[in-house]
Design a protein around this ligand. Structure first.
Ligand SMILES: Cc1cc2nc3c(=O)[nH]c(=O)nc-3n(C[C@H](O)[C@H](O)[C@H](O)COP(=O)(O)OP(=O)(O)OC[C@H]3O[C@@H](n4cnc5c(N)ncnc54)[C@H](O)[C@@H]3O)c2cc1C
Ligand code: SF4
Length: 477
């Protein structure tokens, strides 16, 4: 078989931090997950029992027809398998790489539940679409007819791009506006390259541009261009701007030099990987090389920071989280990966304050889990008198994100938001309270996942198509 290659299962060697050679870089970790050859993909796909109760499919936010494309893969009918998988997913190779499958499709695989280990659905999905790119099966959009209507999409993340793809396939004129210089949103500048290689994202945005989607980059809506101007120019508008306001630390010394935001740290690292000029990285401000790093938080962003810091050559990396391992929001698989790479997690701890300017230490307070709160989750409580000082040169705040105040920033006070500041939109059509204005992705859900943004973007595009086709309402005399 032409694509027959040796299967490469690569895992990181378990090494105590002090045994790691200094200044490890991305290329020193052979990790980047499982690389599949045709025989392995077929073998995995063939493990699917075709159980008839596809919990994998119902737990995939896109309801991908997983059993059928696994069957086609097992039979070696790769192009058909790819066609089926991309029919419901705009970016299958991206989801295959970065979906938390253990919480979605794979975690609900019947074989997994029976204790035999899940079919590795994500890895097969990645393999299928990587193969499709290699073989030239992924083609730029060529609509059957061009339509006169135009849609403006604010935000070139997965939500906005998924909508752009659906609309453009129907011949709609699509313009995507983004404040960054490259498209992809957090797929480009948030998620680290060792999890999602950047050429994989950029080949998609290039393909959309080739298919006629217009990109207006370096355009911050609300500053460089008003929302009203975009609304006036297009027949409908989709807001897909994500959530970027970082939650802040409190306590004495929390404003010290050397305490940085996770998004700034990760963006600098990603920009550097593109070869960009990043003065804050070169000066050491956003670079962990040779530093004792403390990262605060227990979510997926914190996991990306600890693993990026290790790769940049930190001398030590400590992750502080106020609950225990079982109760952390981040993926358990990522915790294991990070520990194998030399990260030390200090469970049940939180910062009380910071010493030095620039920062030289974190005053760490120990916690225990108390009574369950209203959500049933046990609340962390401080253990008095158990504080200690953790020496550090760089503190990274990874406490989560909140929406920016869009109605104020954009001068649209009528745009309804929820009490959390997310845009209020119909959960099925994604229509906001303003006629012809839709919203999708994190700006509606709060910080979520790429796969949910894709689903929202696709659904919003379907609703916009209906809106564009609807007869214009004329007010009665
Ligand atoms: C560090 C990190 C790691 C993550 N890892 C994963 C993961 O492994 N798997 C996963 O599924 N999800 C992950 N996520 C979550 C995922 O990236 C998001 O849920 C997803 O990107 C949301 O898509 P979106 O389109 O709503 O917004 P975004 O991807 O945030 O895109 C929004 C776009 O809007 C643009 N924008 C914002 N304001 C303006 C403005 N005023 N004018 C013009 N443009 C504007 C931004 O520049 C950006 O390009 C991670 C998130 C972070 C922060
Ligand atoms: S999109 Fe995500 S959840 Fe759905 S099948 Fe692919 S990896 Fe699983």
């Amino acid at each position: 078989m032409a694509q027959q290659k040796m299967l490469r299962f690569v895992s990181v060697e378990k090494q105590a931090p002090e045994k790691r050679p200094p200044n490890l870089r991305t290329e020193d970790f052979g990790e980047i997950y499982r690389e599949y050859a045709a025989d392995k993909a077929a073998e995995q796909a063939g493990r699917c029992s075709q159980c008839g109760v596809p919990y994998c499919q119902t737990h995939c936010p896109l309801h991908n027809n997983i059993p059928d494309w696994l069957m086609l893969t097992a039979e070696g009918r790769l192009q058909e398998a790819y066609e089926l998988s991309q029919a419901t997913n705009t970016f299958p190779e991206i989801c295959g790489r970065i979906c938390p499958q253990d919480r979605l499709c794979e975690g609900n695989c019947v074989i997994e539940k029976a204790g035999h280990g899940t079919v590795t659905i994500g890895a097969v999905e990645k393999y299928l679409t990587d193969t499709a790119w290699e073989k030239g099966w992924v083609k730029a959009i060529r609509p059957m007819t061009e339509r006169p209507e135009s849609v403006g999409i604010i935000g070139a993340g997965p939500g906005g791009l998924a909508a752009a793809d659906v609309l453009r396939r129907q011949g709609v004129q699509v313009t995507v506006y983004d404040r960054y210089d490259r498209a992809g949103g957090l797929m480009t500048y948030g998620i680290p390259g060792f999890k999602l290689e950047k050429p994989v994202v950029l080949q998609r945005t290039d393909m959309l541009a080739e298919g006629g989607v217009e990109f207006v980059m370096n355009c911050k809506v609300g500053e460089d261009l008003s929302f009203d101007a975009i609304r006036g120019k297009h027949d409908a508008v989709l807001i897909a701007t994500g959530v970027y306001k970082s939650r802040e630390l409190e306590g004495p010394g929390s404003g010290a030099e050397g305490i940085v935001r996770a998004i700034d740290f990760l963006t600098a690292s990603n920009r550097k990987s593109f070869g960009d000029d990043v003065p804050e990285f070169d000066s050491g401000e956003l670079n962990a090389l040779g530093k004792r790093v403390v990262i605060i938080g227990g979510g997926d962003t914190a996991m990306d920071c600890v693993r990026t810091a290790i790769r940049q050559g930190a001398t030590s990396v400590h992750g502080l989280y106020r609950r225990d391992r079982e109760n952390m929001p981040g993926s358990q698989r990522e915790v294991q990966n990070a520990e194998e790479e030399g990260v030390e997690f200090v469970w049940l701890t939180a910062p009380r304050g910071f010493a030095g300017y620039p920062v030289t230490g974190v005053m760490v307070q120990k916690m225990c889990l108390g009574a369950p709160d209203a959500t049933g989750r046990r609340s962390p409580e401080v253990i008095d008198g158990a504080d200690y000082m953790e020496p550090t040169d760089l503190v990274i705040k990874a406490l989560g994100f909140e929406p920016e105040d869009i109605p104020t920033l954009w001068g649209v006070p009528d745009l309804e938001v929820t009490r959390w500041g997310t845009i209020r939109a119909d959960f099925r059509t994604h229509a906001t309270n303003l006629p012809g204005v839709y919203a999708a992705g994190d700006i509606v859900r709060g910080a979520s996942l790429v796969v949910w943004a894709i689903r929202d973007g696709r659904e919003a595009a379907d609703a916009i198509l209906q809106y564009l086709a609807a007869p214009v309402q004329v007010a009665a005399e």
